[in-house]
Design a binder for this molecule. Structure first.
Ligand code: NAP
Ligand code: MG
Length: 500
């Protein structure tokens, strides 16, 4: 298998231009930027550095495609067929897309092949399948009128996405936006544009008409802002940091009041109650929740809140497993579970937090620094701090790296108070064998997703979004994601006859 992938890697030809109106085009001013491989720190590709004028072109193409009806007016079954073909093409090109993603983003190849790319195709397929199965409504008016309540596509959707799950985050926006008949202008994160550019080409191959999907790579403070402020974009969907997300609301308020949907950061709690299941069962889940994707995960379970009676044993288990099970290494190696962090500056930020944890007096029980420096990559050992308090910065701020902070508690009320004492509310989990405690905690935790005896984001059929400063205005996944890309229209037909 390794040899087969090496061959895929040798044959890769990256798509590096913007995808606008059904073709690859350079940035209008011809500029490019270098995307690097985070495992080596070396250049990987030269990508079109778009600006506001390129966004204008893409929005014009999207608006034209929308108004022409080539997409929204297709028979639902036909729209479904094209999107399912798109999903099939993503699956058929798994090796190429996965290798691209791993080289570009540093994500472990085993995860990308088995999960990211299949989930990307699965997301497109799930929303496609819903297209001819969702009904509109007729209001209970009586015979004097017909009151229809119908959903219509919003028009042109802008999307701005992060680098941690490049293909998947794109699909979470594209699936529901395209399924509901919209046209899209999407900006990938600069570091990770390659998989989405190839996916756009596959969408074209599947029969998506020109202009329906446009991909505009470039810097957030230029291309992202141009999308946020564009007068002809109807809805903007953003996934990224809370700080940047907040700016989208300002931009909307200052321009055309476009709808804003935000999926933001988190500092999610994992609560282990005194009556939790056996620790050998839950220890691997606890570590998955924080070390998965190098901890570069919005819903990472970065605070472990554990009952004092289970603390010592759980800490001992996870500290040992962090070192033995979570192999840091070349992300192209099938056995690697932790690849490099995305950039040099992000590495320094995460190392900075590890220093903060030490200085704050938390007890370092695993990891604690940079590794594999000779590779030129941005690798950090999976790191665990015990005996922290929820007031420490390592418990309050999103680190977005493989760093777990452990806090002990004595009572259920205390556990809940600590878990909810955060500006975020994306995800949470509770480990308990007691049904009543599980239900009570699930209801009381202020988070968009609560896992019981697991750490989970649910599946494609369940909505994903944040409470408090983890989200705003909508959700990804499930039919609920269709709401934010559609307008609700009432059509009122008077049925009374006059004069005859
Ligand atoms: P980020 O800095 O907010 O960037 C996200 C996207 O916004 C990138 O495409 C970025 O462009 C763009 N951007 C940056 N500055 C901008 C600006 N001033 N105006 C408009 N767009 C701008 O976040 P990140 O560091 O890439 O990603 C990590 C964050 O995303 C974490 O906070 C994480 O929790 C969150 N996240 C949330 C979810 C969720 O579903 N809730 C999922 C994944 C990640 P460039 O970087 O290309 O310049
Ligand atoms: Mg890259």
């Amino acid at each position: 298998m390794a040899r087969a992938l090496a061959e895929v890697e040798r044959g890769l030809q990256f798509r590096t231009a913007a995808w606008i109106d059904g073709e690859f085009v350079p940035a209008l001013d011809g500029r490019t930027y270098t995307s690097e491989n985070p495992a080596t720190g070396r250049p990987l590709a030269e990508i079109a550095l778009c600006g506001a004028a390129d966004v204008d072109l893409a929005v014009t193409a999207a608006r034209h495609a929308f108004e022409s009806g080539v997409w929204r007016d297709l028979a639902p079954a036909e729209r479904k067929r094209i999107l399912i073909r798109f999903a099939d093409l993503i699956d058929a090109n798994n090796d190429e897309l996965a290798t691209t993603e791993t080289l570009d983003a540093g994500k472990p190849i085993a995860d990308v092949r088995a999960l990211d790319i299949p989930d990307t195709a699965g997301t497109i397929r799930w929303h496609a399948e819903a297209i001819d199965k969702l009904y509109d409504q007729v209001a209970p008016t009586g015979p004097a009128a017909v009151g229809m309540v119908v959903r219509e596509p919003s028009g042109v959707i802008g999307a701005v996405i992060p680098w941690n799950y490049p293909a998947q985050m794109a699909a979470w926006k594209l699936g529901p936006a395209l399924a509901t008949g919209n046209c899209v202008v999407i900006k990938p994160a600069q570091q990770t544009a390659l998989s989405l550019l190839r996916m756009a080409e596959l969408a074209g191959e599947a029969g998506l008409p020109p202009g329906v999907l446009n991909v505009v790579p470039g810097p957030g403070d230029v291309v992202g802002v141009a999308i946020a402020r564009h007068p002809d974009i109807d809805v903007v969907a953003f996934t990224g940091s809370t700080e940047v997300g907040r700016s989208f609301l300002h931009h909307s308020a200052d321009t055309n009041l476009k709808r804003v949907v935000l999926e933001l950061g988190g500092k999610s709690p994992q609560v282990v109650m005194a009556d939790a299941p056996p620790l050998d069962e839950i220890a691997p889940k606890v570590l998955d929740a924080i070390f998965w994707n190098m901890g570069e995960n919005c819903s990472a379970g970065s605070r472990l809140i554990v009952h004092r009676s289970r603390q010592a044993e759980l800490v001992e288990r996870i500290a040992a497993a962090a070192a033995s099970d979570w192999l840091v290494g070349d992300p192209m190696d099938d056995t690697t579970r932790i690849g490099p962090l995305i950039t040099r500056s992000h590495l320094e930020r995460v190392l900075g937090y590890i220093e903060v944890g030490r200085a704050e007096g938390a007890r370092l029980v695993a990891g604690g620094g940079r590794v594999l420096e000779g590779s030129g990559g941005h690798f950090v050992a999976p790191t665990i701090f015990d005996n922290a308090t929820n007031q420490m910065r390592i418990a309050r701020e999103e680190i977005f790296g493989p760093v777990l902070t452990i806090i002990a508690f004595d009572t259920e009320a205390e556990a809940l108070a600590i878990a909810n004492d955060t500006p975020y509310g994306l995800a949470a989990s509770v480990y308990t064998e007691n049904l009543r405690v599980a239900h009570r905690m699930a209801r009381a935790l202020r988070a968009g997703t609560v896992g019981i005896n697991t750490y989970s984001e649910g599946d494609l059929s369940t909505p994903f979004g944040g409470y408090k400063q983890s989200g705003f205005g909508g959700h990804d996944k499930s039919v609920h994601a269709h709401d934010q890309y559609t307008e609700l229209k009432t059509i009122w037909i008077d049925m009374t006859e006059t004069g005859s």
